[in-house]
Design a protein around this ligand. Sequence first.
Ligand code: AMP
Length: 285
Amino acid sequence: MKTIDNIKDLRAQVKAWKLQDLTIAFVPTMGNLHDGHLALVKAAHKHADKVIVSIFVNPMQFGLSEDIDNYPKTLAEDKANLVQVDTDLLFTPTADIIYPKGYTDNSYVEVPNISSLHCGASRPGHFRGVATVVCKLFNLVQPDVACFGSKDYQQLQVIEAMVEDLSMPVKIVPVEIIRETSGLAMSSRNGYLTPEEMAIAPNLYKTMQWLSERLQDTAQARDYAALVMQASEKIEKAGMKVDYINLCHAKTLEPVAPNDKEIVILVAAYLGKARLIDNMPVSLN
Ligand code: AMP
């Protein structure tokens, strides 16, 4: 696996592969890789000849009070893991390389509507930071395909909207959520949890399963607000602080409407030093 930390060498390698008619799949990450990230790399191999992974902790998507300085950095382990899944190229730029003028003076990409909902409401500017860095990385890597985890469901919808709205020549491939056996979605932020909190965290998934079953049970009155309230109480009772639990249209992420069939449960909750997010698509018939 080749590791490149600058734009010139990256562009030269991408150009060389394009001249050989090789296709490129791209997996953007912030590092501290786990099996969820590696599943994206494995999926990427099914879609292209070469796989490029980036590790970049993007300052533009973190709020001023957020945890960027303490974001876990494990480059040596990450490299070893990426070699195991046959990554062709790892791109590891610094913030100076990505934002030479500083990110506050950088042009930006804003996907309207969807970016202000859910996590966007709790983390103002977050999805502007995500869309901007992904756009920039797409321009550098020029991938044919890019793989994103469904774990970050709203992020995936934001990226799909950006690609469609701006006619970017990239196919977005969603990859399903990889979970611990407890049901907890794998996340770099799980590293912030104490052993006691690790025992509490799977209640997020369990509560979504509970809610999903009730939503699909046509014998039960579809009082969404009451069901969401009960689900929220379950999460709080388990020892977490709910940021939001929302039922939404699976694509627009607008609040669920009476005739919506494909919906998604989106949840975010605080536990100790971590803010955990998870989701579960639900088909209503
Ligand atoms: P991150 O490093 O957290 O920015 O994540 C990089 C990519 O990995 C994103 O597309 C995430 O959605 C994806 N990802 C993170 N955790 C998981 C998981 N448990 N299952 C599947 N994909 C994941």
